[in-house]
Design a protein around this ligand. Structure first.
Ligand code: UD1
Ligand code: UDP
Length: 370
């Protein structure tokens, strides 16, 4: 592939915009022609538009506006829209990132066309196939010509599934690029601490939005009870920027947000990075936030039974506690005093450059008859 070839970037949700921004920036800086296709899986201003403006990204060339729906309907509509966009844009390579339904749709649409597919953040495995994300990432990995694994552990997971080693490129995770590109600006510019009357190091941050957590009334209530116990034990307020899915669940199940937990709107990326950096401890069921806390040196308690980011556990930055209130309490007490002397396992912040280099100058492993 030559330097004048075109890359299409398919994205649709908050974490994909954040983690693909460094790749888009790399294309811009090198004047590489590229096209952005936004599926519209996320459409609320606070989950999508704010990131485009804050990260200086141009408007997507294609906005499919698919919106919410059942998994099949949402994915199906995205496949149709992505195929139409790809037939018009005629890129040489499509990049998808992560494990959402937008990634699944991008992978399936591309795999039916004579276009190479690159999966950014390949090889992550929770080994829990009840999670839609696990199935999405497996499909994306097994339809890709380029597998951009963030760590050697992810590379080994792919090899264990029979992916030839020469298709896999260990690049680091673009989340490190994003944190490095934005952290100092975030800390300089943020007014978030004043806005919410917070003192750095004297509050905890909570995010919980995953389907398996918040769509189950008992699990969500148990998680909130755990957060309440942490607030009491640490004598710290817990700030919870609440994803619309979780906000809807609170309303539907008529759950009470306990004393000690304060919900706020989903935050812009720079303000959220500042909140993460300033938190004494982060409680989360997010994938990206397990990585960011590890990079930022903030202890993390993961409110899940498993993780596809085992590197964070191995370096001592994170513990898995599930949603049992006592386990959450105990995990928080264990982590609050942890010295953040671990090494970041997710790379050196140059992942986007490696990905673009590979797509431009690497050899796709095979000519696929599609
Ligand atoms: C999706 C991903 C999840 C990822 C998360 C990032 C899948 C299967 N899940 O979950 O892996 O961690 O994005 O945040 O792809 N909603 C809004 N506004 C929006 C989008 C959604 O209000 O802009 C509400 C709707 O009620 C919707 C619900 O949130 O039904 C869930 O949205 P959906 O895109 O299906 O999944 P997420 O929970 O956002
Ligand atoms: N994030 C944000 N504002 C918020 C919550 C999260 O900007 O209020 C960012 C966070 O910094 C991380 C990403 O969103 O980069 C994580 O997204 P999310 O937790 O929705 O998805 P996941 O990573 O679990 O797929």
């Amino acid at each position: 592939m030559s330097d004048d070839s075109e890359i299409a970037i398919v994205l649709g949700t908050r974490p994909e915009i954040i983690k693909l921004a460094p790749v888009i920036r790399e294309c811009q800086e090198r004047s590489i022609p590229y096209t952005v296709i936004h599926t519209g899986q996320h459409y609320s201003e606070s989950l999508t538009d704010v990131f485009f403006s804050e990260l200086g990204l141009p408007e997507p060339e294609y906005e499919l506006a698919v919106g919410s729906g059942s998994h099949g309907q949402q994915t199906g509509e995205m496949i149709i829209g992505i195929e139409e966009a790809l037939l018009e844009a005629e890129p040489d390579t499509v990049l998808v990132q992560g494990d959402t339904n937008s990634v699944l749709a991008g992978a399936i649409a591309t795999s039916k066309l004579p276009i190479d597919l690159g999966h950014v953040e390949a090889g992550l495995r929770s080994h829990d196939r009840t999670m839609p994300e696990e199935r999405n990432r497996i499909v994306a990995d097994h339809t890709s010509e380029y597998l951009f694994a963030p760590t050697d552990q992810a590379r080994r997971a792919l090899c264990d599934e029979g992916v030839p080693d020469e298709w896999i490129y260990v690049t680091g995770n673009t989340v490190v690029d994003a944190v490095e590109q934005n952290k100092s600006v975030a800390l300089e510019r943020t007014a978030i601490f004043d806005e919410h009357d917070l003192t750095r190091g004297e509050f905890c941050l909570l995010t919980a939005h995953r389907a398996e957590t918040v769509d189950d009334e008992e699990r969500f209530a148990s998680l909130l009870e755990g957060a309440s116990r942490v607030a009491d034990a640490l004598e710290m307020e817990i700030i919870y920027p609440i994803h619309p899915r979780a906000a809807n669940a609170v309303e539907e199940f008529d759950l009470e947000i306990p004393d000690g937990v304060r919900t706020i709107e989903p935050q812009k990326y720079l303000d959220f990075l500042a909140l993460e950096s300033g938190a004494a401890l982060v409680l989360t069921d997010s994938g990206g936030i397990q990585e960011e806390t590890c990079i930022l040196g903030v202890p993390c308690v993961t409110l899940r039974e498993n993780t596809e980011r085992p590197e964070t556990l191995e370096v001592g930055a994170n513990v898995l506690v599930g949603t049992d209130p006592q386990e959450i309490h105990d995990g928080a007490l264990e982590m609050i005093d942890r010295t953040p002397d671990w090494t970041n396992p997710f790379g050196d912040g140059e992942a986007a450059g490696r990905i673009v280099d590979t797509v431009l100058h690497g050899e796709a492993p095979m000519e696929v008859a599609k």
